[in-house]
Design a protein around this ligand. Structure first.
Ligand code: HEC
Ligand code: HEC
Ligand code: HEC
Ligand code: HEC
Ligand code: HEC
Length: 178
């Protein structure tokens, strides 16, 4: 029996309409977790491996909010410049970082992938309350030397639903679609 058949007719109609609207919204937004932006240009090609494996920084140094809020957040240049006041390497990327900071122009890192706006997901619930590791959803991002062109873990609706079913978390549509 399809999940929709269990719903009252009013609910079913609402979801039918929502599905059409959501489909159109997804198309207009042009990118979801499944369909990442063709090319997100970052101000600097950030190297996770050096900072996590060699410098041994915690994820929270740069992604400050995953324990307390919906989004993890991406760092501003001010966080980088706490260490990179002067060049430490011969890297042309580090040179770019220093020039950007000196120019004073606002340079922000952008999200590579995002959820459609109609899906509610919160890091706080999953990281702090459920104790799920970053790797479960983001793979070995800590071992990458530049932003990956595609998500390391392909998160679809089924990824969310499978784990929720396994762990006895609610799976009704409105739990995630708000
Ligand atoms: C806690 C200090 C610290 C912070 C914060 C930090 N870095 Fe670094 N970073 C380092 C160190 C140390 C190295 C040099 C490692 C080595 O000697 O190879 C480095 C190396 C680099 C390099 C050159 C290596 C490469 O692969 O290109 C770049 C570029 C860089 N960092 C960018 C950034 C950016 C962008 C940020 C902010 C998002 C940042 N760093 C934040 C300490 C830091
Ligand atoms: C020194 C700063 C720094 C540290 C430490 C750091 N990150 Fe990042 N992270 C960044 C920057 C800058 C970006 C944006 C550029 C990119 O995508 O590579 C990023 C991007 C990401 C993304 C991609 C998000 C998206 O846009 O889809 C994930 C996932 C991520 N980091 C996870 C982690 C995890 C897990 C850790 C700890 C193991 C970690 N990061 C440690 C700076 C950092
Ligand atoms: C249960 C899956 C899951 C876990 C566990 C998880 N994430 Fe995420 N993460 C996501 C999803 C889904 C998005 C996209 C969210 C959006 O677009 O609203 C995301 C987005 C991000 C981003 C992009 C910026 C933002 O805030 O949207 C960063 C950085 C990130 N995660 C870091 C982390 C770190 C660090 C950890 C571990 C402490 C972690 N994530 C654990 C699923 C997860
Ligand atoms: C690896 C397992 C796992 C994955 C993957 C996962 N979840 Fe969850 N989720 C949980 C658990 C466990 C909880 C209950 C957390 C708690 O409150 O203790 C939860 C709770 C939630 C909640 C309830 C938050 C609230 O306000 O009550 C929402 C919404 C949610 N998840 C959405 C998602 C979405 C959307 C995805 C996919 C992008 C996803 N989840 C992927 C395990 C998972
Ligand atoms: C545990 C969280 C969760 C639950 C429960 C859930 N969904 Fe989803 N749903 C998602 C996520 C995440 C996506 C986005 C997947 C992507 O972008 O690839 C999605 C995408 C969709 C889309 C596609 C929209 C688009 O932008 O293309 C529709 C339609 C949809 N869901 C309907 C439903 C219906 C109907 C139910 C109830 C039977 C339901 N969902 C239950 C997480 C959930």
């Amino acid at each position: 029996m399809a999940a929709e058949e269990k719903l009252a007719p009013g609910r079913r109609l609402l979801i039918g309409i929502a599905t059409i609207v959501l489909g159109a919204a997804g198309f207009a937004a042009g990118r979801t977790l499944l369909r990442p932006a063709a090319a997100v240009r970052q101000p600097v090609a950030f190297n996770h491996r050096i900072h996590v494996k060699e410098v041994e920084l915690e994820c929270s140094t740069c992604h400050e909010y995953y324990e307390i809020s919906q989004h993890s957040g991406l760092p501003g240049l001010d966080i980088c410049m706490a260490c990179h006041e002067e060049a430490m390497t011969e890297s042309p990327e580090e040179q770019r970082l220093l020039e950007l900071a000196a120019s004073g122009q606002p340079a922000a890192f952008r999200k590579l992938f995002r959820m459609p706006d109609h899906v509610y997901y919160s890091h706080r619930e999953h990281v702090t309350l459920a104790g799920i590791e970053c790797e479960t959803c983001h793979g070995d991002i800590a071992d990458t030397t530049a932003p990956p062109p595609v998500t390391l873990v392909n998160i679809t609706m089924d990824t969310c639903l499978d784990c929720h079913a396994e762990r006895g978390v609610k799976t009704d549509c409105t739990h995630c679609h708000r």
